[in-house]
Design a protein around this ligand. Structure first.
Ligand code: SAT
Ligand code: MN
Length: 622
């Protein structure tokens, strides 16, 4: 093969490209010619590669080896690179209308021109890694392959945890399977002799999807969904466009297996915005006797109709990229057990004096001294030993969007079906968000259509998972607002179509949940976490028709006494308040929903406008 110039050719000669696939080689050569790395390395996901890369990153100061956990590391990012950058994320469809009102858009040719300028020489002084991977099982009928080119070692080791990374992906590409080109650069070239920084990145950031080409271009960030391109960019933005074209669903959902005391098995998928407890729910320990939860996924579900007419879900990921703060032995012991086993990468959490990690919510009391996520001394009082105020005083020790990245196979309650390429048949879909008011603990939709309306109008208070203000209520349809790879109204229409083509009895039943409702004093009305098993029990009993419900204007909520609150210690009034459907609160919600549909525009399907109209009628608004 020929590559651009001598140093690169020498390096290729030494490394050797492990393929002769012309399209793959041509793309690698083209990117190398543009970005000018010092060398090219083909990643294979081996243990030896992991060891070499982690050693290299420790030497570079990007990660610290944890003394207290086997084969585990802590990375501290640049404070300008801590979360997904939604305002820098673009859907560059050929037609502007196809990106819709909820996405940033730029003409693909113009975007490529701008980014080609940014990519020009952007890998100088660095190594370019070619990372072949598969989202979901290799033995899927059509394996979802990708190749990420990146100049970040941190991205390579994270992709090893989060995806099925390895030569098998190249073999499938060579066999003619389609694959996604995912190009990533930190945008931090090094001049000869220039010392590197611990977390290279660029102030200018672009996270760009070209849906028609099924291609991803990312520049300037090394963090999470901005840089691990198999995750949100591929498995949601690009995959949602594939799913629309091919009649399936790519969703921001956990997948769990629920077994009742009678050994009835149900699989549930649930969509919540980032940092609203998907990982906690996926790994929950039920508080009610005899119920068992097993995990299949905590973030993304791909759902396709099976031969039997049911909707089957697969988790495309191979690891967990969970929000650290709030994860502890009390709230999510199974996540703690997963990371205890090591082989994990932590980012922007705090470091303890004995070489372990800590974050807010891991334990009740913080350790007496920590190094915070900015590398500074941190104490609970904010004072040092001499009583002087520390620079870190008053700030959390871990960044609110700090993460643990860990192999899902280490999860002690991973369901065996996880590896099944057919997936699991979904009985119920939950939509949920963080709302202090208005939205009851649980509501069942009358039918698929009303369920799609619930999803399409889902709202939540914003979290630290994206840059920007936290705690502001925004519509987050199906928890997919930052991830829908095309027009949101068309996406709703696709959901409606999926239901239309199916046998209604076989479709999952749809529920809307809100664990976060508050009382007048600001306290949570519902204890959440393992107690959410009580809501899951009601949902399962609704599926078999045994639980009672009352009809309200927004759907069916548990009838008095239908929710198992045995031993919970809540008063009847508290439970009523958690389940209440307040006509005043919903009257205030209607204009917000109207505004939302207005904002999306003409593509909102008439079915959903009809749903809104009937809701208004039921609320007594004509
Ligand atoms: O940073 S990620 O997009 O991968 C995680 C999330 O926000 O859900
Ligand atoms: Mn997510």
């Amino acid at each position: 093969m020929t590559l651009v110039d001598t140093p690169l050719e020498e390096s290729i000669g030494r490394q050797g490209a492990p393929t002769s696939d012309p399209a793959l080689l041509a793309w690698v050569a083209e990117v190398a010619a543009l970005t000018r790395p010092d060398r090219i390395v083909w990643a294979n996901g081996s243990d030896a590669e992991w060891k070499a890369l982690t050693d290299q990153l420790v030497d570079a100061g990007t990660i610290t080896r944890l003394q207290a956990k086997p084969d585990s590391f802590l990375a501290l990012s640049d404070p300008i690179d801590v979360a997904r950058v939604e305002d820098r994320t673009f859907i560059c469809s050929v037609d502007e209308a196809d990106a819709g009102a909820t996405n940033n858009w730029m003409d693909p040719a113009l975007m490529k021109q701008i980014m080609t300028g940014l990519y020009d020489g952007c890998m100088r002084g660095r190594t370019m890694y070619v990372v072949p991977f598969c989202m979901g099982p290799f033995d899927a009928p059509v394996p979802k392959l990708g190749v990420e080119i990146t100049d970040s070692e941190y991205v390579v080791i994270s992709m090893k945890i989060m995806t099925r990374l390895g030569h098998k992906a190249i073999e499938l590409i060579e066999a003619g399977q389609p694959w996604v080109k995912a190009l990533h650069s930190l945008g931090a070239p090094l001049r000869p002799g220039q010392a590197d920084v611990a977390w290279p990145c660029n102030e200018t950031k672009y996270i760009v999807q070209f849906p028609e080409e099924r291609a991803i271009w990312s520049f300037g960030s090394g963090y999470g969904g901005n840089a691990l391109l198999g995750k949100k960019c591929y498995s949601l933005r690009i995959a949602s466009a594939m799913a629309r074209d091919e009649g399936w669903l790519a969703e921001h959902m956990l997948i769990m297996k629920l077994t009742s005391p009678e050994q009835q098995v149900h699989y549930v998928a649930a969509a919540f915005p980032s940092a609203c407890g998907k990982t906690n729910l996926a790994m929950m320990e039920p508080t009610i006797p005899g119920w068992k939860v097993e995990t299949l996924g905590d973030d993304i579900a791909w759902m396709t109709f099976g031969k039997d007419g049911r909707l089957y879900a697969v988790n495309p990921e191979y690891g967990l990229f969970g929000v650290a703060p709030g994860t502890g032995w009390a709230t999510n012991p199974n996540a703690m057990r997963t990371i205890e086993q090591g082989h994990s990468l932590f980012t922007n959490v705090a470091l303890t004096d004995d070489g372990d990690v800590w974050w807010e919510g891991m334990t009740d009391e913080p350790p007496a001294h920590l190094i915070d996520w900015r590398g500074r001394d941190w104490t609970p009082s904010g004072l040092d030993a001499d009583g002087n105020t520390l620079a870190s005083a008053g700030s959390p020790a871990a960044h609110p969007n700090s993460r643990f990245c860990t192999p899902i196979t280490q999860c002690p309650i991973l369901a065996d079906e996880y590896a099944d390429s057919v997936g699991v048949p979904i009985s119920a879909i939950l939509f949920g968000g963080r709302r202090k008011t208005t939205v009851p603990l649980v509501t069942q939709s009358r039918d698929w259509q009303q369920g799609v309306f619930m999803g399409a109008t889902l709202s939540s208070e914003t979290t630290a998972a994206a840059t920007g203000a936290v705690g502001v209520v925004r519509r987050d349809p199906m928890a997919m607002l930052p991830f829908i790879g095309y027009d949101a109204g068309d996406y709703f229409a696709h959901w409606i179509d999926v239901g239309k083509g199916a046998d209604a009895d076989k479709l999952p039943k749809i529920f809307y949940v809100n664990w976060f409702r508050r009382d007048a004093d600001g306290g949570f009305l519902w204890p959440g976490f393992g107690e959410n098993s009580r809501v899951l029990k009601w949902i399962v009993e609704r599926l078999d028709g045994s639980a009672a419900a009352v009809e309200t204007p927004i759907g069916h909520v548990p009838a008095p006494g239908a929710l198992d609150v045995d031993g919970l210690g809540l008063t009847v009034e508290q439970i009523e308040a958690a389940l209440a459907v307040s006509p005043e609160e919903w009257a205030a919600e209607i204009p917000l929903i109207e505004e939302w549909f207005e904002h999306i525009g003409d593509t909102v399907p008439s079915t959903l406008r009809d749903e809104l109209q009937s809701l208004k009628l039921r609320l007594g608004q004509g």
